[in-house]
Design a protein around this ligand. Sequence first.
Ligand SMILES: N=c1c2ncn([C@@H]3O[C@H](COP(=O)(O)OP(=O)(O)OP(=O)(O)O)[C@@H](O)[C@H]3O)c2ncn1[C@@H]1O[C@H](COP(=O)(O)O)[C@@H](O)[C@H]1O
Length: 106
Amino acid sequence: MSAILDELYHVLQQRKQADASQSYVASLYKDGTDKILKKLGEEATETVIAGKGGDRQQIIYETADLWFHSMVLLAHNDIELDCVLDELARRFGLSGLEEKANRDPS
Ligand SMILES: N=c1c2ncn([C@@H]3O[C@H](COP(=O)(O)OP(=O)(O)OP(=O)(O)O)[C@@H](O)[C@H]3O)c2ncn1[C@@H]1O[C@H](COP(=O)(O)O)[C@@H](O)[C@H]1O
C-alpha cells in the first residue's frame, strides 16, 4: 500500500537537484519553508471544507493534496517517511486519551 508513498518520497528528494522552472516541488523548495507551510495550511483548510461538504471524491482529492504537501515538508527537512510510520506504530493500540496524557507538555 505504501509503495507509491516510497516512490513519491524518492522523487521529492530527487527534486532537490531540479530546476524550479521545470518542477513544482523544486519551486516549493526554492521558495522555502514559509511557502511550503503556506501551501500545507491551504490544503488543510481545503480538506476541512471538503469534509464539511461531504463529497467523497472531493475529500479524497483534497486529502491527496494534503498528504503530498506534508511529504514535501518531510523531504525538505530530510525526515524519512519511516520516522512518521514508526511514530504511528508506537502509538498503535494505545488509547488516544492515554497517549495525550503521556505527551511531553513542552
Ligand atoms: N502528487 C503531486 C501533487 N499533488 C498536488 N500537486 C500540485 O500541488 C499544487 C496544489 O496547489 P493548489 O491546489 O493550490 O493549486 P494552484 O492554485 O495551482 O497552486 P499555486 O499556484 O497556488 O501554488 C498544484 O500545483 C498541483 O499540481 C502535486 N504536484 C506534484 N505531485 C507529485 O510530485 C511529482 C514531482 O512533481 P514536479 O516537481 O512538479 O515534477 C509528480 O510527478 C507527482 O508525482
